[in-house]
Design a protein around this ligand. Sequence first.
Ligand code: SIN
Ligand code: MN
Length: 280
Amino acid sequence: MELTPCSIEQFEREGYLFFPGLFRREEIKVLLDEVPRLYAQLRPENVREKGGDAVRTNFAAHMYSYPFAKLARHPRMVKPVMQILGEELYMHQFKINGKMAFDGDLWQWHQDYGTWKNDDLMPEARAMNVAIFLDEVNEFNGPLMFIPGSHKLGVIDAQHDLTTTSYPLWTIDHDTIRKLVERGGIVAPKGPAGSMILFHSCLVHASTSNLSPWNRVSVYLSLCAVSNHIRRFKRPEYIAHRDFTPIRCLPDDCLLTDYDVALPWKDGTPESALKPQLAA
Ligand code: SIN
Ligand code: MN
């Protein structure tokens, strides 16, 4: 999938691109059918909602789940980012966010690059998120909200929020958000399962809790330019990967066809991936 000059211009202006219904129903089924099995596992990669069992985020499934290992190499997700960053990419982070019916908690306003810079010492914002909806996203199940154009401001001051949700994040204060919204407004891309969003790592975003009876499972690939790899391994490897090998894409039919992919963590997470690694 090649982005047109017009899409690239739109991305530069708004900080995101939305592709409703890009993946077919049969392709999404292969992924969604795997999620309950992953969420049921007692693995450190399953981060649960505060005070409950519902999975908020599952990390690194591409290291131990066959369908997700193929998704991590899908040309419809990887190639547009390569085109924008003009370089080979590695997987910085891979997550399946549950935002389960009734239980899915909010995500405070933040920029992903804020966390990647502060925690992982990623040198520049040469990394991007690509999200794919495994469920329909509507106005009731906690859609992702963006402040268009906010990516142009670079890294905005943030505080390390360790309390409001069950996942630590560098979040932006409400006064700043008020000003940013006066300038850029808020959008919340909604669409059927199979829709894809590509967004800049400095784009300010958040999502509310899901009080609806509908799950909002989405997968996020955080792809980083190889030359821009992280310099500090403070977070566990399943959250911030340390293997900077360029991604080799599979053919476009990979979700529905068998291809050989490595599943190095299928028998468990290696001890070394659970801990910080101090600089040599
Ligand atoms: C994120 O910001 O990383 C996730 C937000 C969401 O899934 O709503
Ligand atoms: Mn985020």
